[in-house]
Ligand binder design. Structure first.
Ligand code: ADP
Ligand code: MG
Length: 329
């Protein structure tokens, strides 16, 4: 299926969230969307593959050859200290940031580049738009439009960016708002909602784009612990559905519960990578040990010794037994 949009929209998407006004203003471009029924069998390529990616801000080299693969239905968690490059990596994945070396492949399709080093840019704006719309990002700060109702926020990009029929988009938006548990908040404005509800609306907005994968950048970090749990529950539900996701999170319990792969970034390099059981239960790197044992301990003790958990919800690493994945979502 293809839709028509602005060929200038490449720049519009550089802002967090979609700069709808920009797309309204300029003319059309074609964007392809996943064919219905596409599965790991019909396209076995990973949804997202990063090969030896390097990214610098001027003199500062932030990513120093990072490689990550997210197959269809995989949940990849990125953990690491502040400043280790997690957000930068996520932003490079959906081309919100340029990178200087290495490859990014979306469903086996390599990003095409023009220029070299600090001048390297994606060469095909249509490809950029196609990839951005298929890798929906959820930010720490929600980024909802304050002047639009929740329903309008969720249906705006599908209508304006994807060219979907307004009634269909509204039905889909209502369905996703129901799914994240705020179906009764369609007609209120973001300021009338709690932070947890706003973040759930932002997740519904990302889902309404029908993306191939969701990229979360610390989705619970702006929330107090009580509200954090409602968002964590939504993310766990999405993982159980078999959504492909990359999640930057400081919540180790979340990473342990939902991840197929946990990646520990340290100063722009992957210091350790493996299943949640390997990374948390059989930690190899001293740096990761130090990271997990910071004060307060990042739940490492409980992850390594679940029997010490104070309450049942703290028991983790039970993903494989509780999660039934449909790789064909
Ligand atoms: N737009 C930017 N310009 C210059 N430096 C940046 C920019 N964004 C991030 N950085 C730097 O890149 C490094 C990694 O940042 P970031 O990816 O945000 O880390 P994390 O998400 O792991 O906390 C930090 O040193 C940060 O200061
Ligand atoms: Mg960050």
């Amino acid at each position: 299926m293809e839709y028509f949009f602005s060929h200038f929209a490449y720049f519009a998407f550089k802002a967090p969230g979609f700069n709808i006004a920009f797309i309204h203003f300029f003319g059309p471009i074609r964007v392809s969307f996943p064919q219905l029924g596409e599965t790991a069998l019909t396209n076995p390529a990973p949804v997202l593959e990063i090969r030896s990616l390097h990214k610098s801000y001027g003199e500062l080299e932030v990513l120093k050859g990072v490689s990550i693969t997210a197959n269809r239905g995989d949940v990849v968690s990125l953990i690491g200290s502040s400043g280790s490059g997690k957000s930068t990596l996520l932003r490079c994945c959906n081309l919100l940031e340029d990178s200087q070396q290495g490859e990014i492949l979306f469903k086996g399709e390599p990003i095409t580049w023009t220029g070299k080093g600090l001048s390297r840019r994606p060469s095909d704006p249509k490809q950029v738009l196609r990839i951005r719309t298929n890798l929906s990002m959820v930010f720490q700060q929600f980024n909802l439009w304050a002047h639009m109702t929740i329903l309008q926020n969720v249906m705006e990009a599908p209508v304006t960016v994807l060219g979907r029929d307004r009634d269909e988009a509204e039905a889909s938006a209502r369905r996703y708002l129901d799914k994240v548990g705020i179906g009764d908040k369609c007609d209120v404005y973001p300021a009338q909602l709690s932070g947890g509800q706003q973040q759930r609306a932002a997740i519904a907005r990302a889902l309404c784009m029908e993306p191939e994968a969701l990229l979360f950048d610390e989705p619970t970090s702006a929330l107090d612990p009580e509200l954090e749990q409602e968002v964590i529950k939504v993310i766990k539900d999405l993982a159980a559905e078999g959504r492909t996701m990359m999640i930057v999170t400081p919540v180790m319990r979340l990473a342990a519960d939902v991840s197929d792969t946990v990646v520990f970034l340290h100063q722009g390099v992957i210091e350790e990578k493996g299943s949640a059981d390997e990374v948390f239960g059989n930690t190899q790197s001293q740096r990761l040990r130090n990271f997990l044992n910071t004060d307060p301990p990042r739940t490492a003790a409980l992850i390594k010794a679940p029997h010490l958990a104070a309450t049942p919800p703290l028991v983790c690493c039970a993903k494989e037994t509780t999660k039934t994945k449909s790789k064909n979502w």
